[in-house]
Design a protein around this ligand. Sequence first.
Ligand code: PMP
Length: 437
Amino acid sequence: DPEMKDFVPLYASFESFYTRNMYNRIQDVFNRPVCSVPGATIDIVERKFSNSGWTSEYTGKVLKNVINLGSYNYLGFAENEGTCTEAAIVTAKKYGAGVCSSRQEIGNQDIHMKLEQTMADYLDVEACIIFGMGYATNSTNIPCLVDKSCLILSDGLNHASLVLGCRLSGATIRVFKHNDMEDLERKLSDGVVYGQPRTHRPWKKILIIVEGVYSMEGSIVNLPGVLALKKKYKAYLYLDEAHSIGALGDHGRGVTEYFGIHASEVDIMMGTFTKSFGAAGGYIAGNRALVEHLRAHSHSACYATSMSPPVCQQILTSLSIISGTEEGRNRIKQLAKNSKTFRQGLKKIGYIVYGNDDSPVVPTMIYLPCKIGAYGREMLQRGFAVVVVGFPATPIVESRVRFCMSAALTDEQIEKALKAAEDVARVLKLDYSADKS
Ligand code: PMP
């Protein structure tokens, strides 16, 4: 059609080299619908296979009880039975599933206020505000805190939601090397902005943004180091605890507890309820003035529908177990034990595993992007669901499988998983060590 000659289809910008050539080759590891809770085991619908590979059609065949090594179900609260689910059902019956209004209109429920108070008490800070989505917590609240008169120092591996929040704020953004205190200090102190030597401090505020546990690296932030620099350069600190709240520290209070630092040392304590709590949503905790400022100005607080009540209840119940019971403490211990055992087992096999031994995220290197699809498939054939990640989430030759540990996994399941990982390493010839090659 000559009239359509210069017409650019709406989706054209997504048609890149990578989506056409690379993503298509590895997409067979995705797009299998899960039809169960994201617990220690999951049920997965299998896809049809054709001459040109896996198609997007489903066979209808369900692979039952596949051991789940991929969900962020750190403390095992994703299950659909037990105290959390019973409480969520009661709440769903009383409040329904949706709030149909924002907090500032008629969507502010007693259950939301109770969760905010409980979370603030748990972290031992003055106040807390909750949001319906973790991603939006970052992307809509950072622009409430800094603007174009400010400087942001952002860790090179910060999550996309943090990156979006930084960009939307209009502040000058300088990215420092992942967890590298020397680089952070250099960028805090060198004063070179747009090539001009700094003669005075041109910034209204300086905000350092880091995560507790990094989800692609399994590394733990050097919090004492960051805090020392924050004090020295009179900056503020924004800490995203999506992967560390519930998962680190004897009482699950996250990376501050892990380092024996009080939460009030961090200006903005952000986290999500999507991992350790088996729920959804995000929070920001800190001093009362900060929280009241966000309540009045954050787009998520003003213009988004508030958190679903059964979800809110799921968080309240799991939090009461984590913070006040022996069971909670045992779950935290079990997660730590599983993470250590699995990491050490993988290393013994010969895998190169990234990150800290206390991290429940276990990034295990495959390196070659062409092997990650096969890795996912081979593990699935042995009864394990794993998440493999490649470009653009990682550098192209640092493709990896990102195992996530859970307190819900038994010793036997961990042992079987290690056995399968050993098997697949042999089948795919994953021996990259210099002395054996
Ligand atoms: N921050 C970090 C560090 C994350 O890893 C994620 C997502 N996994 C988010 C924020 C976004 O949170 P949510 O998935 O709860 O929307």
